[in-house]
Design a protein around this ligand. Structure first.
Ligand code: APR
Length: 316
């Protein structure tokens, strides 16, 4: 595959999230894209379809679909979306065994073909699968992160904007913690046009929005019946890809490796971080009130329990 002067992003898993992400990257002209999947013909077909849209969109980026991991060589970023999505009634945690095994296969290939790439991990259960890929690839911890916080925060911001009848652009929200029911939306640090949320909505309304945010993924799963959300997840991943490729130094919520921050050690947990060309360039530690810190630690304990389950599988 001829290399252009553009950045290169490889997307592992050309399913709903992966292909939609490839489309977003191509449409915004961010980078050349390689999509890898184990299903024969499918990534090739989707890449051809996306390429045939290029003349209409006026984009010159290349989009390649393949079953051959060798084509990810030289990637600036690799995004891992390879995994099974949940079915109605399942929690993300129910996917741990199957998606850990897939992650092992993927990580082995990343180590072989793109050892220098920054990794953005999307498969669920997010925080634990990020751990699997970090362990197997052995990449420096600033070069691997999970996508969840931007998605959770986007859901939260959308619900608030709808409730108040204002632009989504003017709602700033913070959601920390693991990507699951224990996630920690922080109303105190949420502002709408600069005004703190607790001054705009009654407590019970805020609590209802927080609860809907926590269950945001399940709400979509139960409506779709097959598969899980992908438009918002791919948009969230696209924002991370852009922040890294363009060295934007954005402060974004991502699942980053914590080395003592918030008193949490050795786990990938959703926190605010500065994203730039080195990946996670800094953990942006937010001063938390004792009850908020306690909720974050509880969420981290949940991630720890999942990581212990992965360790018990004996695949690392
Ligand atoms: N290598 C490459 N691709 C793989 C592998 C592998 N070892 N194993 C599975 N895949 C591919 C599947 O063939 C499928 O095309 O991963 C793709 C996953 O796509 P979907 O089933 O459409 O799932 P999607 O909705 O994209 O979700 C992917 O992201 O949001 C999370 O919970 C979700 O874990 C799930 C992941």
């Amino acid at each position: 595959m001829a290399r252009t002067g553009r950045p290169k992003v490889s997307v592992i898993g050309a399913g709903h999230v992966g292909a939609t992400l490839a489309m977003r990257i191509a449409e915004s002209g961010l980078a050349d894209v390689v999509m890898v999947d184990i299903v024969e013909g499918m990534p090739q077909g989707k890449a051809l379809d996306l390429s045939e849209a290029r003349p209409i969109l006026g984009q010159d980026v290349t989009i390649v679909g393949t079953n051959d991991y060798a084509l990810i060589e030289g990637s600036d970023i690799v995004v891992t979306t390879s995994g099974v999505p949940r079915k109605p009634g399942m929690s993300r945690d129910d996917l741990i065994e199957i998606n850990s095994k897939i992650a092992k296969d993927v990580a082995t290939n990343l180590k072989k073909f793109a050892p220098d790439a920054i990794i953005i991990q999307v498969a669920n259960p997010l925080d634990a699968i990020t751990y699997v890929i970090a362990e197997i690839t052995g990449v420096p911890k600033n070069k691997i992160m999970g996508m969840a916080g931007i998605l959770d925060t986007a859901r939260y911001r959308y619900f608030i904007a709808e409730e108040l009848g204002v632009s989504v652009k003017d709602v700033f929200g913070v959601v920390l913690g693991g990507h699951g029911d224990s996630m920690v939306p922080l109303p105190r640090l949420t502002t709408v046009g600069g005004v703190p949320l607790p001054e705009l909505l009654p407590e019970e309304k805020i609590e209802a929005i927080v609860e809907r945010t926590r269950k945001g993924g399940a709400e979509i799963v139960s409506l779709l019946k097959t598969g899980s959300a992908y438009y918002a997840p791919s948009a969230a991943t696209w924002e991370m890809v852009k922040a890294i490729l363009r060295d934007e130094k954005r402060i974004l919520p991502v699942a980053a490796y914590l080395n003592g921050e918030y008193g949490i050690q050795g786990l990938f947990v959703g926190v605010l971080a500065v994203l730039g060309k080195e990946g996670v360039e800094k953990i942006w530690e937010v001063p938390l009130k004792p009850d908020e810190l306690e909720a974050l630690k509880k969420s981290a304990d949940h991630v720890k329990a999942l990581v212990e389950k992965v360790d018990a599988l004996g695949i690392l």
